[in-house]
Each structure stands twice: as C-alpha cells, then as structure tokens.
Design a protein around this ligand. Structure first.
Ligand code: SAM
Ligand code: TMP
Ligand code: ZN
Length: 409
C-alpha cells in the first residue's frame, strides 16, 4: 500500500507515486569553510490527490528555511526572462491597467524583473517579497516592495491601505506556497470585481511528457494542471477563465482567474482540459509510469558520467540551478563526477552545492580551459546559453543533456 498525506487544497487523500529520498534545500549553497554537519535534509516525495487531482509534495519544508535574507535566486539573471516579463508588463499596461489610477500587486516580485517597467511608467504597484536579499534589489530599482510573505492577512492589510487590485500576478511563486487556501482567500478579497489573478508555473503535462523530474524540489510544492486549478479556484469563488501555454522554464501554463461569473472563459480552457484528460494526467498509473522514466534517466546519466570519468575526461556543470539539486542528489553526482558548476549568480559563486557539495565557480571558469563535456543543468535556458557558448562547441566541447532523455550534443 502506498503512503498517503492530506491534500493542502481539499483535505482529500494524497497518494504517493514517487520518492526521491533524502534531499537538501535546493537553494542553500554552503560556504566551503563552514561546518556542514547541520545541513538540513527532508524526504522529497510526490503524490496525487484522489479527490481534486492536485499533484503535490508529501512533506512541507518550513517557509523561513527557504525564503529569507540568504535566498540567492535572482530573476533578472536571464536576458530571455527579462524580455518575457517586460512583454507581459506591456500587455498588462495596455489591457488590464487602463482604468482610473489602476493598481497591480505582484506576489514574489523577486528583484523586480516584471514590475520595473510598470514602475518606470508610473503605474501604481506593490511587490510582496519575503526574501530580503532580492526585495532589496527591487527596492533599489525604485519599486515599492513590502518585505513579507503574501497570505490572507497581508492581502487584507493591502486592501485596507490601498484599495482593490486590478491585477494580482505571481510567476513561479504560487506553486511554492503550501498554504494556498490562505493565498486564494486573500486574492478573492483583494481583487477588484472585474480584476484578474494571473499566475504562471511549471506545467505537470510538460513535466510528465519530458520526464523533467528536476522540476521537483523543496520549493516546488504544487504541480498544477488546468483541472486542479479550476477545482481549487471554485473553492474560493474564483473561476479559471483563460490558460496560455508558455515555453519558458521548460514548459509552463499562465492561468487567469476572475471572480466567478465576471468573465466568459476562453475556448483555450476547455481545450486544455480535454488535452489533460486524453493524456490521463489525473491517473496514478500515468504518474507511476513517469516514475519509471525517471529511474531510467538516473541509470543512463550515471552510467555516462562514470564512463567519462574512467576515460579521464573533464566534465563541468553549467548552471547551479535549484533543479540541479534534485539531479545531483538523486543520482549521487558529486565532485568526483562533475569537477565544478559555473553560474553567473554572485551569491552562489565560491560556495558548494546543496547536499553533494560540488564547488560553484564564476562563469569565466568555464573556458579556463574548456572541459571536454558540459552537463547542462540550466536546460530551460538552453537557447540563450548555446548562443553565448558557441566557442565551446567550436573548440570540440560536447554538451550532455538529460531532458527528455540522456543524450550528447
Ligand atoms: N517571480 C520571479 C520569477 O518568476 O522569476 C521570482 C520567482 S522565485 C522562484 C519565487 C519567489 O517567491 C522568491 O523570490 C520567494 O522569496 C517568493 N515567495 C515565496 N513565498 C512567498 C509568499 N508567500 N509571498 C510572496 N512571495 C513569496
Ligand atoms: P533557473 O533555471 O531556476 O532560472 O536558474 C538558472 C541558473 O542558471 C541561475 O543560477 C543562473 C544560471 N545561469 C547561468 O549561469 N548562465 C546563464 O546564461 C543563464 C541564463 C543562467
Ligand atoms: Zn485535493
């Protein structure tokens, strides 16, 4: 009999379908000289709610352990993502933020990558961001930031101080929040009668179809589908009125919620629901088959890395992503197999990766001299990275990729 837990959305039975075992916090990079004996680990496992179909982690990590003054991820680190968010800001400005003195609230604004353009255009805005490390970067760009976790009480405070929001937006943040009932109650209160709550997160269908198991780590608590989001919204008087598939971060969906009955759902909603049903996304057997694919990738990747080591080849990692914590820890990839990981994020450089303790070095270390092989952990940024690193391939270097299967390029 599989293990179960209680659904964080509907209190139904969540049945476990995959266990990654003992995993560290994906964004806690360690100082090499520090004592690592107290490194935090938890059991990373995923399950499916039998009632509302929400896929979620079986165990929750306390939020302050993940999102605090040490949180290193900076959204503006990718030029491609900067453009993605600038385009969305423009779209909001021209469509949803056209009334008198419009107001937008962003949950998890990070370093201000999306709000910057709206702040510069003089639009009334507020970012809510608990991680002081990145909230301070946003404030330095002239963005109004409230340094706290968004939850129902925060939403009611904002409502009392500033009135209703025309747009509430969250990118790669809602899926991080296990106490999602409090978020949706807050959204329901804060959102103007004709307003929209828009959020985008990694899409379960893409994860299953690409076997991108590295999307599963401490911070990613929920794996949404149109079906599970629709059911969740209805519990809070909200309605799913639009969905848009996005190519970013390995495949995401941008969901638009409105107060129930306020907007006519677009045909895209029914289309995506039908596609999910055809893919049997809400069935345990589908997710168990995904688990079998994950085990195959682990086997293929570790076999390849051991073979390269035996041949005396140098292998370096590219991008010390949060995702790479799951890959390295689940596959047992340490500094013996991957010499170091290069990354452009200053707070990660000079540190050791969570759990497996692979050194993280600055981007310039990659070409000094080039390794024989580069293991692409930041595969969701492949287009941008490949364009910048053409000299590596030209010099005879080979990329190793593991999504959707292990292959070299
Ligand atoms: N929106 C940015 C993007 O898409 O690149 C940042 C995404 S980052 C992966 C997740 C952010 O959510 C972090 O900056 C974290 O501090 C923030 N966060 C976590 N829990 C939150 C909460 N309850 N309210 C607001 N922000 C939260
Ligand atoms: P993400 O996949 O969560 O967005 O994380 C991407 C990581 O990869 C982040 O630590 C920054 C790093 N990175 C590079 O080192 N070089 C690059 O060109 C890009 C786009 C990202
Ligand atoms: Zn449920």
């Amino acid at each position: 009999m599989s293990k179960t837990s209680e659904c964080r959305v509907c209190a139904g039975v969540v049945r476990e379908f995959f266990d990654f075992g003992r995993q560290p916090l994906s964004d806690v990079f360690l100082a090499p000289e520090a004592d690592h004996s107290d490194e935090f680990f938890f059991r990373l496992a995923t399950g499916l709610c039998e009632s509302c179909s929400m896929v979620q982690l079986m165990e929750e990590v306390p939020r302050d352990r993940m999102f605090n003054a040490e949180y290193p991820y900076q959204s503006s680190g990718s030029a491609y993502m900067r453009t993605h968010f600038e385009q969305l800001a423009k779209r909001f400005h021209g469509a949803e933020l056209t009334g008198e003195n419009p107001f937008i609230v962003e949950v998890g604004c990070n370093d201000g990558v999306m709000l910057k353009a709206l702040a510069e255009a003089g639009v009334r805005h507020l970012g809510v961001e608990p991680s002081a490390s990145v909230a301070d970067l946003a404030a330095a760009k002239g963005i109004r930031v409230r340094k706290s976790f968004f939850e129902e009480a925060t939403a009611r405070d904002i409502l009392a101080a500033e009135g209703h929001a025309d747009v509430i937006y969250a990118a790669n943040t809602l899926c991080h929040i296990p106490y999602i009932g409090s978020i949706l109650s807050g959204v329901s209160a804060l959102l103007a009668p004709t307003g929209v709550f828009v959020f985008e997160d990694p899409y379960l269908l893409d994860i299953v179809q690409r076997t991108s198991f590295d999307q599963i780590y401490d911070e990613h608590f929920f794996f949404f589908t149109a079906r599970s989001v629709q059911a969740m919204a209805a519990r809070h008087g909200l309605e799913l009125v639009d969905v848009e598939r996005l190519a970013v971060h390995g495949g995401e969906v941008r969901y638009t919620l409105a107060h129930a009955g306020a907007r006519q759902p677009t045909p895209a909603v029914a289309d995506l629901l039908a596609e999910e049903a055809a893919a049997k996304l809400g069935e345990l057997a589908t997710l168990e088959a995904f688990g079998a694919d994950v085990l195959k990738i682990r086997e293929d990747l570790t076999t390849l890395l051991r073979k390269l080591k035996a041949e005396g080849k140098r292998v370096v990692g590219y991008g010390a992503t949060a995702k790479s914590a799951t890959v390295t820890n689940f596959c047992g990839i340490g500094p013996d197999l991957v010499e170091f990981i290069c990354d452009t994020t200053p707070p990660k450089q000079g540190k050791l990766t969570p759990g497996m303790h692979i050194p993280v070095r600055e981007a310039a270390a990659f070409s000094d001299p080039y390794p024989d092989y580069a293991l692409l952990f930041a595969w969701n940024h492949a287009d941008e990275i490949m364009a910048n690193e053409q000299a590596f391939s030209a010099a005879g270097g080979t990329w190793i990729r593991y999504v959707p299967n292990v292959h070299t390029v």
